[in-house]
Write a protein that binds this ligand. Sequence first.
Ligand code: NAD
Ligand code: ZN
Length: 354
Amino acid sequence: MAPSKENLSAVLYGINDMRMVKRDIPEPGDYDVLLRMGSVGICGSDVHYLTKGRIADFVVKAPMVLGHEAGGTVVKCGSKVTNLKTGDRVAIEPGVPCRRCKFCKGGRYNLCHDIYFCATPPDDGNLCQYYTHAADFCYKLPDHVTLEEAALLEPLSVGVHATRRAGVTLGSRVLICGAGPIGLVSMMAARSFGATDICITDISANRLQAAKKLGADSVVLVSSSSSDQALAEAVKCSMKEQRQPNVTIECSGAESSIRLAMLATESGGVVVLVGMGPAEVKVPILNAATREVDLRGVFRYANCYPLALDMVSSGRVDVKPLITHRFTLLESEQAFETARTGAGGAIKVMINCE
Ligand code: NAD
Ligand code: ZN
């Protein structure tokens, strides 16, 4: 299909000011591809930029295209692109690092200070019709993998990275704190890495119901009236043979949940911090120190897309049930409203840009 002359884009101008704007169709650089966008998922961070205009030190100061969970089709290749051709359908890894710093060279390119990351200000995202991206950060899809699944490889890669950082392996007993999209993909990743017992927590009974359907072995409903100790005990009691989890993947960012993660984890175990809440929290640090519970950070992912794609294309992981709502690009405002309010039990809201 010949590119149309316009490039409708969902552009964030300021707090609660997203406009559908026609922008020029960009030209791919030598090592880039021009993509006709297919599916773009809405992430909590997109909603956060829309409603708050910032996340930590990343502040929206100039108009920015939203969206970073995406799949599209190659319509033009830069002159030096060898891995893709016109017509290829791809998953787009949204962060393109500098490739030169010590983190890039060491393989931990998610820690690069000079990374272009879609829809992290000032970098434009890809909730639009046409978008260019580094060809080597686009992964060709097998015919049976859909562009929606391609978009879901982004959150799944967060889950894969968290699972790797946590050292989940065959027989791991895993606690996941928070049953939002990130908790759920972490649960799926942990399961395919061999976890044999997975408990998941949330403050929402609806989210826990969804988690059970998607394969959690047990769930614990967290209420603010329960003490940390009572909740840690509830987690233990919910698990097979009432054994404590040896790995916890914290995916809510809530202070009380980080405390629970540390207290509930078996001595010698690992807690990975995926959730991003307040910048500073009060946690039982001596408890963790004296029981040698390791705390590890998680920031996005590095080298996880290929595995996430394999997990989906082989059928080991089915991410499709995460999609609860679908909208067209022109309906972006409604899509964001649904994602923001969680109306109708929304988990993953998907926008079709075609
Ligand atoms: P979400 O808001 O949809 O899900 C968070 C879930 O946690 C919700 O279901 C909420 O009800 C639940 N929750 C709130 N308080 C809780 C508590 N005390 N105990 C248990 N559950 C509680 O968000 P999401 O898209 O699933 O993302 C989860 C978190 O991960 C966010 O903080 C997000 O910023 C962060 N995140 C981090 C990375 C990273 O690279 N580290 C990447 C993506 C998202
Ligand atoms: Zn770098």
